[in-house]
Design a protein. Structure first.
Length: 359
């Protein structure tokens, strides 16, 4: 018997657990035990964009209920695929559940793509499952870091390249909202490194809550850290805003304060999901979509070149973040509901990574 955690697609505060008997595999399919996965505000963004970006379609339930996707590790416990053996482990996109049935297409040494019909039109970056035996990112010692940061860091890595290639959209400085979010922190780290390496002069400003102010300030990645209540205290330099909050009230206050100095708004996440849902007017920002940038960079640098740069940068950040980043390992069936609620309400500690395991 398998279990899964589902949320109401129109009201994320409604959730339920459901049980599912193990169905018989068809030829060519495999059954994976989801060993463990990471959960953060990034997953809340998946839920908020579930309808517009198709995230509910990866693990469909029905028109009212959905499963939030996560990134995790899984082990093959049953196989009717001639090229995949029991015990093989894969990193990829998993549901908040105990098990998953996949239908691998062409199997490469590095992994395979799930070819089930309902995923055929979804972004390929989310359909590939990496064989840990041949995964350049993988080390046993860094599993927890990977579960939290591998998808987030990839977004940060692409964002940094995007901003610098566009010369900050003529801005002199950068302002990052929800600066305690893990993707924001990694972006600030990368921008600081690039500034030092290339002798750039831009400053990296941070906006965060009072609760997370001390953490954000202690990181050493941001030049200036302020709380949301203090937006008007920023000096009015030409600014490029990278918004992880999704809060249009905050976006408007920033634009009002900077006026003609407000050069660009890049929309990345929806950490403040309620404010975004309550305000129906469209944002004037430009949405950043990581899968599209992955395609662009893979073409520009070559797939091997993209992977090499990303792996090298990922390894450096892993060492740097180990001084402040901690992990909370929890049992999926008994603890996930609490983790979900704390993350949804923005109460899960920013310096912690939630790791959920199926024992």
């Amino acid at each position: 018997m398998g279990i899964q955690f589902e949320v109401n697609r129109s009201d994320l505060r409604k959730s339920r657990w459901t049980n599912h008997p193990e169905s018989e595999l068809k030829d060519g399919q495999i059954r994976i035990n989801i060993d463990k996965f990471g959960f953060s505000s990034n997953n809340v963004t998946y839920a908020n964009l579930g309808n517009s970006f198709g995230y509910w379609n990866f693990f469909p339930v029905d028109k009212d209920w959905g499963i939030i996707p996560t990134w995790g590790f899984g082990t093959v416990i049953e196989s009717k695929h001639k090229e995949i053996s029991l015990g093989e482990r894969f990193y990829g996109y998993y549901p908040t559940a105990s098990h998953l049935i996949l239908e691998p297409g062409k199997v490469r040494p590095t992994g395979f793509s799930d070819t089930q019909v309902h995923r055929s039109k979804l972004p390929s970056a989310y359909n590939f499952y990496y064989n840990l035996a041949r995964d350049d990112f993988y080390t046993k010692e860094s599993e927890d870091f990977q579960l939290i940061y591998r998808p987030l860091f990839t977004t940060s890595f692409l964002l940094e390249a995007y901003l610098l290639e566009n010369q900050l959209f003529t801005a002199k400085d950068i302002l990052i909202t929800s600066a305690s979010s893990k993707t924001a922190i990694a972006l600030a780290y990368l921008l600081k490194l690039s500034r030092e390496k290339n002798h750039f002069s831009f400053k990296i400003h941070a906006l965060t809550s009072k609760r997370n102010f001390s953490l954000v300030q202690s990181l050493g990645y941001y030049d200036d850290v302020k709380c949301y209540e203090d937006i008007v205290s920023f000096d009015k330099s030409d600014i490029c805003v990278v918004d992880f909050s999704g809060n249009e009230r905050i976006q408007s206050e920033i634009k009002l304060h900077f006026g003609s100095h407000h050069k660009h708004l890049c929309l990345v996440g929806i950490v403040h999901w309620e404010e975004q849902a309550q305000d129906q007017k469209e944002s004037e920002g430009v949405l950043f979509f990581a899968p599209a940038e992955i395609k662009k960079k893979s073409k520009q640098w070559g797939l091997a070149g993209f992977q090499e740069r990303l792996v090298h940068s990922f390894g450096s950040y892993s060492k740097d973040s180990s001084t402040w980043m901690k992990y909370k390992n929890l049992d999926f069936s008994s603890s996930f509901e609490n983790v979900y609620w704390e993350t949804l309400e923005g109460k899960f500690p920013a310096e912690l990574g939630a790791i959920l395991s199926n024992s």
